[in-house]
Design a protein around this ligand. Structure first.
Ligand code: CMC
Length: 434
């Protein structure tokens, strides 16, 4: 990172302290407070990390005011239109788009590592068929550590890392498809070497011993776009979780498993499922939108419009723009007339005009329209966040790699707090407590 010639000055208790200012490649500035406590005995207070950068990262650039998102410098709009998910995985993890030979090699490695250990199939017997697939996914991904022992975390080799990264991305697709089959009581369908990443997943989910699923190009294209748009989003809740867990030199599978748990929450990746719940509720209620807009604005109520608002985007989420168009195109091509799409469009129109949402810069986010696409493909609601997790794998892996490769070793993540509990008091035996 570059250092700005002028440091920041902080006046505390009448003393002036100088703190360096660091500058990123897009001109973003940050006050380096890492020595603040040593110099002054003060810490900073930043609930929800809204203003705190925990690392340098060369993976994704995001300008929330301008609605800009780039992976390794490439605009998301170009990548969504022209690239493949495997290319994006290579770009995010290794920093450059792959050559044709590298891409072929990556694809072969994905095929080689697509099966899970046969013993792991027995795990699925232990889950109830009603189990939420995110619970199954998180445990199965963590369990990969037991079957595919990781790497020397204090001194990983390139070959070790390359192997576990591919194992994770390829096996996760098989785990997801098996979890789905378990939930509907059908036999598992194994991965095929002649199918690419997305068709392979669809085939494992929707084919059966008696029926061959027809893979439509428009469905593959829509899923590919969603996976690419989900692939990374810099220091969000789940990615920060992966980095935090990994900062203890925890293996990749366990770190990513923690990220999956973070993604599950409805304020994060779980919002795509929550959006469809909300649209279905509005539809069942007769389709009237105003009541729900009013409810979302009412501070006495906990209801929020799901798929609306974002910590970083204070203009239209560029991913939502692409997904909205994709949803219209896919539903049109498949001849699906989903009343929920109409409700979503009306809801968005109102949100974009309503003073409450305008003043707070609340726009539709990536999850607002993505569930409608998954629904049109036939993916059940509780699998939506699982799809998001498949897409986010390259980003989590890229951040874990970037973190462990920090020269000299990255520091273990360990935030501070402001203690507000009771001051010192003496223990009272239970017989004397009133
Ligand atoms: N509906 C109604 N009001 C909202 C909403 C919403 N969806 N989102 C934010 N607000 C209000 C909030 O009540 C607050 O109002 P006030 O200033 O009067 O107190 C103001 O806008 C700022 O909200 P915040 O909660 O302080 O903002 P945040 O940056 O902490 O939260 C968010 C961001 C995404 C969690 C939030 O906008 C939200 O809960 N949205 C709905 C859930 C959702 O769609 N999540 C997916 C996020 S994008 C994908 C991802 O992260 O994976």
């Amino acid at each position: 990172m570059e250092q700005h010639p002028q440091p920041a000055k902080v006046i505390l208790d009448g003393n002036t302290f100088e703190l360096p200012i660091v500058v990123g490649t897009e001109g973003e500035k940050g006050i380096d407070i890492s020595k603040l406590r040593t110099l002054t005995n003060y810490v900073t207070f930043d609930h929800g990390f809204g203003n705190t950068s925990n690392c340098e990262s060369a993976i994704t650039y995001l300008d929330g005011d301008a609605g800009v998102l780039r992976y390794r410098g490439y605009p998301i709009e170009q990548l969504a239109e022209y690239s493949s998910f495997l290319e994006i995985a290579h770009l995010l993890i290794y920093g450059e788009l792959p050559t044709a030979e590298q891409l072929r090699g990556l694809s072969e490695n994905f095929t080689e590592h697509s099966m899970i250990h046969e013993d792991m199939k027995r795990f699925f017997d232990g889950y109830p068929s009603s189990a939420h697939p995110m619970a199954v996914l998180a445990s199965m991904v963590c369990s990969l550590s037991a079957y595919y022992p990781g790497i020397d975390m204090m001194n990983p080799t390139k070959e070790d890392f390359d192997r576990i990264a591919v194992q994770l991305m390829s096996k996760v697709r098989t785990i997801v498809a098996f979890a789905y089959k378990k939930s509907i009581g059908e036999p598992f369908i194994y991965p095929r070497e002649d199918l690419e990443y997305v068709p392979n997943l669809l085939n494992m989910m929707f084919s059966s011993p008696t029926k061959q699923y027809k893979v439509y190009d428009e469905v593959v294209q829509a899923m590919k776009v969603l996976f690419i748009l989900h692939a990374d989003h810099e220091q969000n809740c789940s990615t920060s979780t992966v980095r935090l867990v990994g900062s203890a030199r925890t293996n990749l599978f366990a770190s990513v498993s923690a990220g999956i748990c973070a993604l599950w929450g409805p304020l994060h990746g779980g919002a795509n499922e929550a959006v469809i719940d909300m649209l279905e509720m509005i539809h069942a209620d007769g389709g009237g939108i105003d009541k729900y807009i009013d409810m979302a604005k009412d501070k006495a109520k906990t209801f929020r419009l799901m798929g609306v608002g974002h910590r970083v985007y204070k203009s239209y989420d560029p991913r939502a723009k692409i997904i909205k168009q994709c949803a219209h195109e896919l539903l049109g091509k498949l001849g699906i007339d989903d009343p929920l799409l109409e409700i979503a469009v009306q809801l968005e129109e109102k949100v974009l005009k309503d003073a409450y949402f305008v003043e707070r810069n609340l726009y539709p986010n990536v999850d607002f329209y993505s569930g409608l696409i998954y629904k049109a493909i036939g993916i059940p609601k509780d699998m939506f966040t699982v799809m998001f997790a498949i897409g986010r794998m390259p980003g989590w892996i890229a951040h874990w790699k970037e973190m462990i490769e920090v020269p000299g070793g990255s520091k273990i993540g360990r935030p501070r707090q402001i203690y507000v509990g009771p001051q010192r008091r003496d223990y009272i035996p239970v017989t004397k407590r009133s």
